[in-house]
Ligand binder design. Structure first.
Ligand SMILES: Cc1cc2nc3c(=O)[nH]c(=O)nc-3n(C[C@H](O)[C@H](O)[C@H](O)COP(=O)(O)OP(=O)(O)OC[C@H]3O[C@@H](n4cnc5c(N)ncnc54)[C@H](O)[C@@H]3O)c2cc1C
Length: 507
């Protein structure tokens, strides 16, 4: 058996989305185009680039790697300088990216943020205020989002489905729930964002898992644990056993879960909304898309940076005084091997996002977040654009799969099996709407798949409060991004850009 077939067969056996029984009936239901995008496809380019011609060297003051929220944040903060931001993809946003269909933009990754209480860190909020995104509301002592049309109506917020029944709340009601909420209450107001501001007295919660923290105080039934694990995976990519107690305490005690005061901000384009706001205020030609940073070498005066221009198939060299590395850090092993050990303990969770563009009359069941507990443990549910915006030409259902880290090696087989993945996902979603798969499939206009092999860092015990900038070997090369000891959240990414500027100034 050749390697390709082996991978295909092993993935069929191991990835739950591929291992469903195929029904004869559903075999021919895919009468639409599937667009497939994977950030894991860059390896071959690096290999191929050995033969690319080299252009002449250009000088730049600051070279920034990666146009995710962190890279855009530092670019915005340095916008009055001579900066260049290289992004390997054909678009900005990274895991807060977007897609579009018939002129309508929709999110293809991070999709929401929450109103900020007063006790959250001021610097990142100030940046959002400067961008015109938030405004302080002294009546409720909170930062409000300016674009109120993107606040999700409370009666459309979420619906949970266990394969049979629908619920308002995923956590099972009863004695455990009461005990759980009592346990969370004293922590309200202590676990703010950005996490670097969490008081020292509470930082020891970074050393234990959320599960160990809970289990020492309450009896968790398997159903209750499954619901908590769902929440943790949905936001942090790991179960309550995988993530630190800080992740759980932030989730339940510090984002309005208990007080219901927090509003959900979720534009149809998801958190690309923020990426776009940052990018449009940058000077022209700051961002170079389809530019993959291949090598960074320290030289006498700064850094020599080798970049692959993917479109023109050439190698460009930049002489940069300072570098901000806001790409995922696992790639440092190839880009700057001497820095690999700085981030050696990072672990990354792979995700798959599937956008189904459907006819707007698909079904009357319209909730923003649709949480599905099914046998497909990696499938989390979907977000429905019909609960974000009433009147759009198309309705987009964005489905999320969060895989186990050990399954990353099988993701390469997803493209070849994309029809099966889509069919199986249709099966689960049609079940949620309680309609036949064929009826659901008949309403689909187009499907977009995006695989992110290193989508988010796992905030395991010990992960937080470990900013590598504090012991970086080159003072003029700093790191930004949520994978520098932060929770995988928008505000953390934004703040990491602010901090990068501070370090560069001090350095
Ligand atoms: C599926 C999913 C859903 C999420 N949902 C939410 C949510 O609803 N709310 C929330 O707050 N957070 C959410 N997150 C977390 C989200 O990741 C963060 O909020 C934030 O967007 C991370 O930004 P970042 O800049 O640190 O990293 P990334 O978004 O990973 O950006 C890194 C960028 O660097 C580029 N890059 C990497 N290497 C190179 C190179 N060598 N050369 C050039 N470019 C390079 C990448 O292409 C990418 O664009 C979600 C994450 C995922 C994966």
């Amino acid at each position: 058996m050749n390697r390709r077939n082996f991978i295909k067969l092993s993935s069929l056996a191991l990835l739950p989305i591929l291992s469903c029984q195929k029904s004869e009936k559903s075999d021919n239901i895919l009468d639409f185009d599937i667009s497939f995008h994977s950030d894991m496809a860059v390896g071959h380019l690096v290999f191929e680039s050995h033969n690319f011609p080299k252009g002449k060297t250009e000088n730049v003051d600051y070279l920034i790697v990666g146009a995710g929220i962190a890279g855009l944040s530092i670019a915005w903060n340095l916008r009055e300088n001579n900066i260049l931001l290289c992004e390997l993809s054909d678009r900005i946003g990274g895991s807060s990216g977007s897609e579009n269909f018939e002129g309508e933009v929709f999110g293809q990754g991070a999709h929401y943020d929450l109103t900020y209480p007063k006790y959250f860190g001021e610097e990142a909020i100030e940046l959002l205020e400067n961008l015109g995104v938030v405004k302080f509301n002294s009546l409720i002592d909170k930062w409000d989002f300016v674009d109120k049309k993107y606040l999700i109506s409370p009666h459309r917020e979420s619906q949970c489905f266990n394969g049979i029944d629908y619920y308002d709340e995923l956590l099972p009601e009863g004695k455990t729930m009461d005990e759980f909420f009592e346990l969370m209450k004293p922590f309200i107001g202590n676990f703010m964002l950005p996490t670097r501001l969490i008081p020292a007295d509470y930082q020891h919660f970074n050393q234990i898992s959320f599960y160990d923290f809970l289990k020492s105080s309450i009896d968790l039934s398997p159903e209750f644990k499954a619901a908590i694990d769902y929440h943790m995976r949905d936001d942090f990519g790991g179960t309550s056993e995988d993530v630190s107690a800080i992740a759980g305490l932030y989730y339940y005690a510090n984002r309005g879960y208990l007080t219901s005061e927090t509003e959900i901000f979720s534009p149809p384009e998801g958190n690309y909304y923020f990426a776009h706001k940052l990018a449009t205020q940058l000077p022209e030609n700051t961002i170079r898309l389809n530019h993959l940073v291949k090598k960074i070498r320290p030289v006498l005066k700064g850094f020599e940076v080798e970049v692959i221009d993917i479109k023109s198939k050439t190698i460009k060299t930049f002489q940069a005084n300072k570098v901000v590395y806001a790409g995922q850090k696992h790639a440092l092993q190839h880009i700057m091997p001497s820095q690999k050990k700085l981030f050696a303990t990072n672990q990354y969770v792979p995700w798959l996002v599937i956008n189904f563009v459907v006819e707007s009359d698909l079904n009357e069941n319209k909730f923003w977040q649709n949480e599905i507990l099914s046998d497909h443990s990696s499938f989390l549910g979907f977000v429905d654009s019909a609960a974000q915006m009433e009147k759009t030409k198309n309705r987009v259902l964005t489905a999320y799969y969060c895989f186990r880290m050990e399954d990353r090696k099988y993701l390469a087989a997803l493209e070849e099996n994309k029809e099966d993945v889509v069919k199986n996902t249709i099966g689960i979603m049609a079940g949620y709407f309680k309609i036949p798969s064929e009826e659901f499939a008949g309403k689909i206009k187009k499907v977009f798949m995006k695989v992110m092999g290193h989508a988010m860092p796992l905030a395991s015990p010990g992960y937080l409060f470990n900013d590598r900038n504090l012991y970086r070997p080159h003072s003029k090369m700093v790191y930004a991004g949520v994978d520098n000891g932060r929770l995988p959240l928008f505000m953390e990414a934004l703040d990491s850009g602010l901090m990068a500027k501070k370090y560069l100034k001090e350095g």
